[in-house]
Design a protein around this ligand. Structure first.
Ligand code: ARG
Ligand code: ZN
Ligand code: CA
Length: 243
């Protein structure tokens, strides 16, 4: 990323129970984690194996809490059809989505931790959704997803990153310095975990774009950084954030 990209984050909290109305401290813990993970200041960054030390990246994008909007609701869960983003459906419409990252916090249901919209989609639904139990590292944050990595992963999607296994057996994430993974990894895989794809590379299971537990993911790669940086340049789908 050339120069300094600072992303204002508008947090939209939808709650039925008091627990779902997460504290400002929990929200701020998530912002802090995004800043660590995108600036290689996360305490586990030095756990990246030597094999990947040449490709691990300081993405160099910062996040600033801009506003917190809260709204009570009678909905027990919101699903993944973007209802939480629509006033007419009881949700909260995004604030300035072409210049601010909107983060909706609510109960999603179905075991879904979070989901995101890729660059290039409709402004009215742009942003990231995280289940309230998987935000930040304090308050209601629930193990093994209690280190704020759901938002890190989802913001990775929002910045155009694909899953590291390419959502297919030995699929491609369109990034050349990440190894080809067989499929998603869960839990905290023992290192080294070998792929059975062409060349049998050691998988980069500690990448934020895999599906491991929060404690098992702690790096982006240089190729992922380039892919993210490309959306903020002139002509890129998120150029309006880079101004
Ligand atoms: N399942 C979600 C997704 O595909 C998020 C996975 C986040 N993983 C984590 N360890 N928090 O976007
Ligand atoms: Zn994902
Ligand atoms: Ca790759």
């Amino acid at each position: 990323v050339n120069g300094k990209i600072e992303i204002p984050v508008v947090v939209n909290v939808l709650y039925k129970t008091a627990a779902e109305n997460i504290s400002l401290a929990q929200i701020q813990s998530q912002i802090n984690i995004l800043n660590q993970d995108f600036n290689a200041t996360n305490p586990d960054y030095n756990s990246v194996p030597a094999l990947f030390s040449g490709v691990k990246a300081n993405v160099g994008i910062t996040f600033v809490l801009d506003a917190v909007n809260r709204k009570s609701t009678t909905k027990k869960s919101w699903g993944t059809n973007n209802a939480m983003k629509k006033t007419a459906q009881g949700g909260i419409a995004p604030t300035s989505p072409t210049t601010k990252l909107n983060l909706w916090i609510c109960t999603i249901g179905g075991g879904i931790l979070g989901y995101a919209q890729f660059p290039g989609g409709a402004s009215a639904t742009d942003g990231v959704v995280c289940d309230s139990r998987y935000v930040g590292n304090t308050g209601t944050a629930t193990a093994p997803f209690n280190k704020g990595r759901t938002a890190t992963h989802e913001v990775g999607h929002w910045m155009n990153l694909r899953h590291i296994w390419g959502d297919a057996t030995c699929g491609s994430d369109l990034v050349s310095d990440t190894p080809t993974h067989n499929t998603a990894n869960y839990g905290i895989p023992a290192y080294p975990h070998y792929s059975t794809c062409t060349g049998t590379p050691v998988e980069m299971t500690m990448n934020y774009m895999d599906y491991t537990d929060d404690a098992g993911m702690y790096m982006f790669s240089q190729g992922q950084k380039s892919r993210m940086a490309a959306i903020f340049v002139s002509g890129g789908p998120r150029f309006s954030f880079g101004q």
